[in-house]
Design a protein around this ligand. Structure first.
Ligand code: HPA
Ligand code: ZN
Length: 332
């Protein structure tokens, strides 16, 4: 099979996507107008022009500003539904979606408002496209431990529909250990655990995510390569790293896609896979990410298949589902 055809046809799971990061300028403009919220852009083109980030913080400033136009349940539904349409186009058959409750509750939007919007979109994606999904609630690490505990309490009524808790936002200066107690409490309550670590932060933050937070997956984790002992630990435990190539390029975690380490990590036997992170801000959805690394790194078809297999193995779906998708991939 031609490689492009393989990339398009192969079933994939997405494990690292922020729903607020799928907000396309067209929809942002439309929702801002319908909610009569002023945004500092006169046109869709101006929104796109503002997207020239040089690090994580310069991105986050714009990302939080964009999310501020979301008010009503329908806004959150529309946001998530637009993402599911992209999944359907890209043959993403399962997705585990991050959402940032504090980005919304801090503006006075109730937990139920965004959560019900997301849930309704997830249900429609299942019936209309056959796409399965899970929701992962992230704590903003630039905010306090106390604020994270408050968010965990607000989520109580929705707990059965949230598979895991995660940790995102500004990494440097906000090490995983800051959230040790709230992650322990979340584990007690039955949540699975993930955390962003080793994106801009050092390998030390990945150690902390493993040993202090006791996560089931590391989000990003590409800087783990700086520590051979850590790499061996990740390999031996088959600890997934949810790698996001176009994100790393856009936020200057790598200077050039040809220097991206995803292929080296894969060849060393780590459980890495491809994800889009914040696709509307970083230049592409799942298949764009696959195409970018396949070209830059000259990936083989076998490597593409292994990345897709890893995405299911690292997912939080049950083992029968994993087997079903992996067998389909192996038949391609
Ligand atoms: N890193 C940290 N926080 C985020 C990201 C990211 O890549 N995307 C959205 N919030
Ligand atoms: Zn992320």
């Amino acid at each position: 099979m031609q490689q492009l055809e393989l990339i398009r046809a192969i079933p994939k799971a997405e494990l690292h996507v922020h729903i607020e990061g799928t907000f396309e300028p067209e929809l942002m403009f439309e929702i801002a107008q319908r909610n009569q919220i002023a945004i500092p852009y006169k046109s869709i083109e101006e929104i796109r022009e503002a997207y020239n980030f040089h690090n994580l913080q310069s991105f986050l400033d714009i990302y939080y500003a964009g999310a501020a136009v979301l008010i009503h349940e329908q806004d959150f539904y529309d946001l998530a539904w637009a993402y599911f349409k992209k999944c359907h186009e890209d043959q993403v058959v399962h997705t585990e979606i991050f959402f940032d409750p504090q980005t919304h509750t801090e503006r006075g939007v109730a937990f139920a408002t965004f959560f019900n919007g997301f849930m309704r979109a997830c249900a429609d994606a299942k019936t209309q496209f056959g796409i399965s999904s899970h929701l992962i609630m992230c704590f903003l690490r630039h905010l306090s431990e106390e604020a994270a505990f408050e968010t965990l309490a607000q989520a109580q009524a929705f707990k059965d529909d949230i598979i895991a808790v995660g940790l995102d936002s500004s990494e440097l200066g906000h090490p995983p250990e800051k959230f040790e107690r709230v992650f322990a409490e979340a584990a007690q309550q039955g949540y699975l655990l993930v955390a962003h670590a080793g994106e801009e932060g050092p390998a030390e933050y990945v150690w902390q995510a493993l040993d202090v937070l006791k996560v089931n997956r590391i989000d990003h984790g590409v800087r783990s390569e700086e520590d051979p002992v850590l790499l061996e630990r990740l390999r031996a435990e088959a600890m997934p790293l949810t790698v996001c190539p176009l994100s790393n390029l856009k936020l200057c975690v790598v200077d050039d896609m040809q220097q991206h380490n995803i292929q080296r990590l894969l060849q060393q036997g780590l459980c890495v896979m491809v994800n889009s992170d914040d696709p509307s801000y970083f230049g592409g959805y799942m298949n764009d990410n696959f195409i970018a690394i396949a070209e830059a790194l000259n990936l083989s078809n076998e490597e593409i298949k292994q990345l897709a297999i890893n995405s299911f193995n690292a997912s939080f779906i049950d083992s029968d589902q994993k087997t079903k998708w992996i067998e389909k991939i192996q038949q391609l």
